[in-house]
Design a protein around this ligand. Structure first.
Ligand code: SF4
Ligand code: SF4
Length: 197
């Protein structure tokens, strides 16, 4: 895995600053962070992940505030009114379920992500790094975990190279924006705050 250099850190800083006013810079920052993770996933010979496989989109998803801002901007600019209405409706329905839940409590019930429409991620180009870095070498275990989230008798086998790349990109975020993983927020509550105040 390549090291993080000063130039890359400066680029993240510059895009994050420009992104406060400029949608294109915000989008570019998302792509800059996600593409290395996506490349690692597409090179993997081990993972079972494929389009339409969505058991993992019921897990608790966390994102940095700047990722939630990018998702919100993408929602407003790129999604049509029908997609927006479906997402809004799903957030209204699911926010009361998750708003007071801790990490483990939400993982023990699983809640479908509001951005999942017809088994596809409606915000795929700007989805959180936590989604892009998640993977599995056995989709039957993902299904089993989703069917019974309280069954902790097995783990999900993953391609560690993808996970390492996600950690590298999170380290880049920490160096550039001084954000640790502890500052990630749950996605449904984060979007509810942006859409409804
Ligand atoms: S992590 Fe599991 S559920 Fe998600 S896409 Fe990969 S195989 Fe499917
Ligand atoms: S943001 Fe997209 S990839 Fe992530 S959980 Fe939601 S639908 Fe799945």
């Amino acid at each position: 895995m390549d090291t993080i250099d000063r130039e890359e850190v400066d680029e993240v800083c510059a895009l994050a600053e420009a992104g406060q006013q400029d949608y294109d810079a915000r989008f570019e920052l998302s792509r800059m962070l996600l593409e290395p993770i996506e490349d690692e996933a597409s090179d993997s010979k081990m993972i079972a992940c494929c389009k339409g496989c969505d058991h993992c989109c019921h897990l608790r998803i966390e994102a940095y505030e700047f990722e939630l801002d990018s998702i919100h901007a993408y929602y407003l600019r790129e999604l049509n009114s029908e997609q927006q209405a479906k997402i809004k409706e799903a957030i209204v329905e699911r926010y009361p379920i998750v708003k007071d839940l801790g990490d483990q409590e939400q993982r023990s019930i699983n809640v479908r992500c509001p951005f999942l429409i017809d088994s596809q991620c409606s915000i795929y180009p700007v989805r959180p790094m936590s989604c892009a870095g998640y993977n599995s070498c056995d989709d039957s275990l993902c299904k089993r975990s989703n069917d019974d989230p309280n069954d902790t008798s097995f783990g999900i086998p993953q391609d560690q190279n993808i996970g390492y790349m996600k950690m590298r990109q999170m380290a880049l975020v920490q160096m550039a924006l001084d954000l640790s993983f502890e500052e990630e927020r749950e996605i449904i509550s984060g979007m509810h705050r942006r859409l409804f105040g």
